[in-house]
Design a binder for this molecule. Sequence first.
Ligand code: A3P
Length: 317
Amino acid sequence: MTTSQTSPPKYLQEDSLSEECKKLLDIYKYQGFWTSPRLIQGVIACQQQFQAQDTDIILVTTPKSGTTWLKSLLFALVNRTKHSVFEQNHPLLVKNPHVLVPFLEHTLYVDGQVPDFASFTSPRLLATHVPFASLPKFVQNSETKLVYLCRNPRDTFISMWYFSNNLRLDHKDINSIEQMFDLFCKGVSIYGPFWDHVLDYWKQSIENPNKVLFLMYEEMKEKPKIQLKRLTEFLECQFSIEEENCGVVDEILKMCSFENLSNLKVNTNEKLSTGEGNETFFRKGKIGDWKNYFTVEMSENLNRITEQKFNGSGLKF
Ligand code: A3P
């Protein structure tokens, strides 16, 4: 995510936390969620201009929940007839997943761009971090499928903290874990409040299971085959018996694994057009790294907030 120093648009909501947020994270509240002025312009352009197609597949994630991983899995799955996973020059081996599955508001509609969808084949694979209520109405009202991925708030927070400090290329004004944690708990994080984001999509996945599939990073890590099959059933592109016998499922998981993707030349040496080094999307790729950073108090605080927010929803992390 690129941050911008341009002055914020006038329609942004003022908030009691505004000053602190402007200074630390350069994010503002818009339609009830927090993001940077530059991305808000992308969100608005997307809301006004994006024409969803019924065959579109949109990956929605909370930032740092494994978007890069899911993008690669989706691409490999959906395009496996065109690009065999056994191909030596499979697109995922030479391009970063963010290039193959672009973000609507970050990449396609950012900075006043008018996206050219002519080169996209059907089904179009796209991604966004936008909360459900702020998705373009076309997306909400069409047959477009939404694959949602989230991750436990503890690891999400640590990954986010690392990432945001990593983007400060001059390594000045590094945000302390305490400052960012305090804001995260108050709901202030990019595309946060975290819990509202997750809960809205969770409810949608229950009300409309053919439209929204709800996935969790931890379940993907622990039972990848089962989750991959859920994904193929939702997208109606199940593996055939021949594919299963030929090892396609294992090959997709192997190709999209942290170990494989993070060691590819493209992901160690190259940058995205938005400026981030591809390597910044691959850090540890593990469950539970938060234990190396949280104090007991931090852990208890976050557990309490999560329990309160998700109380009665059936959601557990
Ligand atoms: P960590 O910072 O905990 O290592 P996003 O893609 O949404 O930006 O999320 C980034 C997180 O996903 C990082 O977590 C990153 O290491 C992890 N990740 C990236 N690729 C992965 C993969 N193929 N498998 C598992 N985790 C992956």
